[in-house]
Design a protein around this ligand. Structure first.
Ligand SMILES: [Zn+2]
Length: 263
């Protein structure tokens, strides 16, 4: 694993999470490639209750949105971009256990539960979304069966991805895991085949050394599957990268589409 304390290394400038200027965030809730898919599935009643209290929000690289043990005051719905949920040990070594993209929200599980997250949530790919007061989501969870169903499904997906991550890290090659991560990121961040990511960040998310990521990226590039330059990775051969990915990619993707009713 890589030594990296997300509360420090991922926020070099000490930036705080912030709202975007009014009207600057994407606010579409459609399912056409832009907008948060969880919000898109709200019942009309729940949407009428929640949407007036949503605030446009910009996700800036490295910002920490939730910290272990600190009360959750906001839930962040992702319209575009990608958040990582990372575990760290007392030495500051980190590894990603799950991610949050357009299919989900950061802080939702904790807000509707005991109000305190277990892991760090930080911005992995910049983007935009909407922020809701945690108390509002908690109240809706208590009053609306339809909202409880959405939150339960979201929780089940997070659990599945976290558990699959344990399998992935213990049993699969760095090349297969890297291919999986790139595909998942492209799907869930809404960034298509251009994944804005440095090798340093990718190493931290996969829990491997940067030299390992560099070697894997070179292998995938020589095979014509990706092109890496200046902190951006472009997927050139999507089917080929799917074949290079470990089995976790297919298993989690299919479960996500089922449990979140994305198809
Ligand atoms: Zn795997």
């Amino acid at each position: 694993m890589l030594a990296m304390d997300p509360s420090r290394a991922m926020m070099p400038s000490g930036r705080a999470a912030r709202s975007s200027p009014a009207g600057s965030g994407k606010t579409s809730s459609g399912v056409d490639g832009v907008g948060n898919l969880l919000l898109a599935r709200l019942s009309p009643e729940d949407r009428a209750h929640l949407e007036p209290r949503l605030t446009p929000f910009e996700f800036r690289l490295g910002e920490v949105l939730q910290r272990p043990g600190e009360p959750v005051d906001s839930v962040y719905f992702v319209d575009r971009g990608l958040l990582s949920v990372v575990a760290s040990d007392r030495n500051g070594e980190t590894v990603e256990t799950s991610m949050v993209g357009r299919e989900g929200a950061s802080g939702l599980v904790a807000a509707c539960g005991v109000g305190v997250p277990y892991m760090t949530h930080l911005v992995q790919i910049e983007g935009a979304g909407r922020r809701a007061p945690a108390a509002l989501c908690r109240g809706l969870f208590q009053s609306s069966a339809a909202f409880r169903d959405i939150v339960t499904r979201h929780t089940q997906h997070v659990l599945a991805e976290t558990r699959q991550s344990a399998v992935c890290q213990a049993m699969h090659s760095a090349e297969g895991r890297c291919a999986r991560w790139l595909l998942e990121s492209g799907d869930r961040a809404g960034c298509g085949d251009l994944v804005p990511l440095t090798q340093e960040y990718l190493a931290a998310m996969l829990g491997v050394q940067r030299t390992t990521v560099s070697a894997v990226a070179s292998t995938l590039q020589r095979a014509g599957l990706i092109r890496y330059s200046r902190g951006r990775i472009r997927i050139l051969d999507h089917p080929g990268l799917e074949r290079a990915s470990c089995d976790c990619r297919k298993a989690v993707k299919e479960f996500r589409e089922t449990v979140l009713a994305l198809t």
